[in-house]
Each structure stands twice: as structure tokens, then as C-alpha cells.
Design a protein around this ligand. Structure first.
Ligand SMILES: Cc1cc2nc3c(=O)[nH]c(=O)nc-3n(C[C@H](O)[C@H](O)[C@H](O)COP(=O)(O)O)c2cc1C
Length: 242
């Protein structure tokens, strides 16, 4: 399948064929491909749980409000945000970037580029992602608005804003996974209809983790797999050329 075909093939499948299991290694490959998705500042504040255990699938399907997309699934893939890992992820990226600059930048520019990255990942990123009951986000907003008076400045810096930033990047990975699956003629359904407290408990997730999307997967079962034709708002209403 080319990209166009894969995008057209992908539908939200709500009923899977129990007789047709999916190779777990192929799913794992698609999850690995999803790591190629872009993420804000390359912080990659997410992780993924590949659920293959039938008992665990049944428990999570129940937490997914017993939707048929979950109860009939062969496996589940759960994308989880990990804003709480901002410190270690920033350090990982900084360590990589230092080597990257040494390998790929002209000698005379290396010192300044490394210093810039140290400020960005060592100071700015930790300050942007740290949370404390909304208070630090409020301070960030005041600082950002003050700078904005003199020059363009990113203003989405409250604690709610950074949570959106983290979920946005995680959702891009989830979508990349679904496209990778479609390219292999494998079906998926993204779900946000679930009880997040129950799911977190089943997966034993830490407090700072948030469930972004639960994706069920399998092979669509005939006409029951897809609920009718695909509906999209007329393109002219969504497309604005300036
Ligand atoms: C973030 C998100 C959450 C969704 N949650 C559910 C869900 O809980 N249950 C469900 O059956 N479909 C869910 N969907 C699927 C949408 O209903 C579906 O994408 C939409 O109707 C368009 O159909 P298509 O995916 O077949 O093109 C969700 C989709 C997204 C992107």
C-alpha cells in the first residue's frame, strides 16, 4: 500500500474477527515506527503499553465501557503521556545533541551550539515542564506575556498548556502507529471512551502518567467491522488558503 491507500484503508473498526489473530511482532514493529513521530522539542514524553495478555485485555476492555471495539480486539496498544519524566528525557536529548553537534557541526560553531543546547535542555525545558498546582505555570505566563510585549513569544506556557503540548505529541505517535498498521492491512480503533482511573490502576501507572489513547486492533469482521460510510465535513469548510 502506498500512503494514500493506507490513509483510505484506515477506518475506526468496532468489531474484529476473533478467528484472525494478528502477529504480535508486526504490531511491535508498528509501535517502533511510531517513535519516528515528531514531538515538541523532541522531548518524547510518552510511552506505550502493548497488551497481549487476554485477561488484561478483558479487564481494560471493561474499563473501555465494554465497547465492542475493545471487547473483540485481538490486542490493545495504549499510548501514555509521561510529563513527569521531563528531567530525564531532557538529559537524554541533551546528551545526544552534544554528540550530534560534535559529529556534524563545523568546529568553530560547536562551543556556542553546545552552550545553547545546555541552556535549552538544562534550564528552559525543566522550567517549562515542571508543575506545582498551577502556580509555576502562572509565573511562566506572566514572564511570557512580559516578553511578548517586546518580541514574538510562545504564550502557551501554563500548566494546562504544557499538558496539551505533551498530549499533542503523544497523539501524533498514536496516529503514526495507526497508519503503520493500515499499511500492513491491519485494523485499529482509537478510543478515549474509557475510565482512566481504572486503566491506570490495571497498568500500575505512576501518578504523573496520563492515558492519552487506547488503540484496539485486529482484522475487521466483514460488514460489522465498520459502521457504514466515512463522513467528513466538506473540505472547503476546513481548508483556508491565504
Ligand atoms: C481521540 C479519539 C478518540 C476516539 N474515541 C473513540 C471511542 O472511544 N470509541 C469509538 O468507537 N471511536 C472512537 N474514536 C473514533 C472516531 O469516532 C472516528 O475516528 C471518527 O468517527 C471517524 O471515523 P474513521 O476513523 O473511520 O475515519 C475516537 C477517535 C479519536 C481521534
Amino acid at each position: 500500500m502506498n500512503l494514500n491507500e493506507a490513509l483510505n484503508f484506515r477506518r475506526s473498526v468496532r468489531y474484529y474477527d476473533k478467528e484472525q489473530p494478528v502477529d504480535q511482532n508486526v504490531v511491535k514493529e508498528c509501535i517502533a515506527l511510531s517513535t519516528l513521530a515528531p514531538s515538541s522539542s523532541n522531548m518524547q514524553l510518552w510511552e506505550c503499553y502493548h497488551i497481549v495478555d487476554k485477561k488484561c485485555i478483558a479487564e481494560i476492555a471493561h474499563a473501555c465501557l465494554d465497547q465492542s471495539a475493545a471487547t473483540t480486539a485481538d490486542q490493545l496498544v495504549i499510548y501514555v503521556t509521561r510529563q513527569d519524566l521531563y528531567s530525564s528525557r531532557a538529559k537524554n536529548v541533551l546528551d545526544f545533541e552534544k554528540g550530534n553537534i560534535e559529529r556534524n557541526s563545523p568546529k568553530e560553531r560547536q562551543h556556542k551550539r553546545i552552550k545553547d543546547r545546555e541552556v535549552y535542555y538544562g534550564k528552559i525545558m525543566p522550567f517549562l515542564y515542571v508543575r506545582f498546582f498551577g502556580f509555576i505555570g502562572f509565573i511562566r505566563k506572566i514572564i511570557a506575556l512580559s516578553i511578548h510585549l517586546f518580541r514574538p513569544m510562545a504564550l502557551e506556557v501554563t500548566e494546562c498548556d504544557t499538558r496539551v503540548v505533551v498530549h499533542k505529541s503523544c497523539a501524533l505517535a498514536a496516529q503514526t502507529f495507526m497508519i503503520a498498521m493500515a499499511e500492513k492491512s491491519l485494523d485499529t480503533c482509537p478510543m478515549e471512551g474509557f475510565d482512566s482511573i481504572r486503566v491506570k490502576k490495571i497498568l500500575k501507572l505512576p501518578k504523573g502518567a496520563e492515558v492519552n489513547m487506547i488503540i484496539s486492533l485486529g482484522i475487521r469482521k466483514g460488514n460489522r467491522g465498520i459502521w457504514g460510510e466515512r463522513y467528513r465535513i466538506p473540505f472547503e469548510k476546513q481548508y483556508h488558503r491565504i
